[in-house]
Design a protein around this ligand. Sequence first.
Ligand SMILES: [Ca+2]
Ligand SMILES: [Ca+2]
Length: 354
Amino acid sequence: MGKLLAVALVGIAAALVGERLLALRRRLNASREVDPVELPNCRLVKGIERGSEDIDILPNGLAFISSGLKYPGMHNFAPDKPGEIFLMDLIEENPRAVELRISRGFDLASFSPHGISTYIGEDDSVYLFVVNHPHQKSTVEVFKFSEDDNSLVHLKTVRHDLLSSVNDIVAVGPDSFYATNDHYFSDFILMFLEMFLGLTWSNVVYYSPKEVKEVAAGFYSANGINISPDRKYIYVADILDHSVHVMEKHANWNLTHVKRLQLDTLLDNLFVDPYTGDIWTGCHPNGMKLIYYSPENLPASEVLRIQNILSEKPTVTRVYAENGSVLQGSSVAAVYEGKLLIGTVFHRALYCNL
Ligand SMILES: [Ca+2]
Ligand SMILES: [Ca+2]
């Protein structure tokens, strides 16, 4: 009888593991191959060789690019080098990526920049918020941009127990923001287990010096976050659910769910065109290829444009898709006056004329 019970238990455990594995493969879109969508006028950005995970663009065409992310389990072409922030002036005919100098006193050696967000203050000061992972932890660094000498002056480091596994942020004031935690856990093994079991413990947190609170929960893995041009709605990409959530922002900064748009790709960061309100996103068509990096089986890139997300029938356009031979693992797509800048988790960046 004892043996029968043991066999039955092992059988049940094996079936459960098998079922979870299949579910994980679905969430990673592990069988998807990408149908190419070409753009004719593109070039790789010189000087960006090890990631451009997130991009934000000011109304005057200055694009900030985070580079050199070290993320547990993710490929990295130069793991010993600290991260950088690049600037590109998209007004120029042939813009170059220039590395921004960072003020003294900031620990550059452990800089591992992830999601970013710009904020323009009342006196036209430009703030750059950067998710950082020094020593595998999560912080949010607030910088002031000095255009005169292309530098970032470090203002402060935000740490909080509720900001435990931060992926992206959207600034809503000179010292306040919404942040996504892509996992509940911050330890690599537990993060993997959380993903494997398909737990929906990832959330969105509001932070200000006066108040810090969870404002949305129940995501498989909340990733990119951004705000509508009228500043009424917050958009959150759930990368493992292949969806964008629209949340309404209230006066007390709480969020309520409005709708969810289902897609067939792993959406990473979200960029909102300030003129049209369109959402642009860098996506991973097949998350398995991103996690298990192999030069023989490269992670692809895909860019979607979502128009009229609040309407009954939003229009979703695949603007660019490529199997990784040019651009590996696109994580963001940002536009400025007919120009498209596509960033990647750990690879290069692509600049296109639309
Ligand atoms: Ca961002
Ligand atoms: Ca991201």
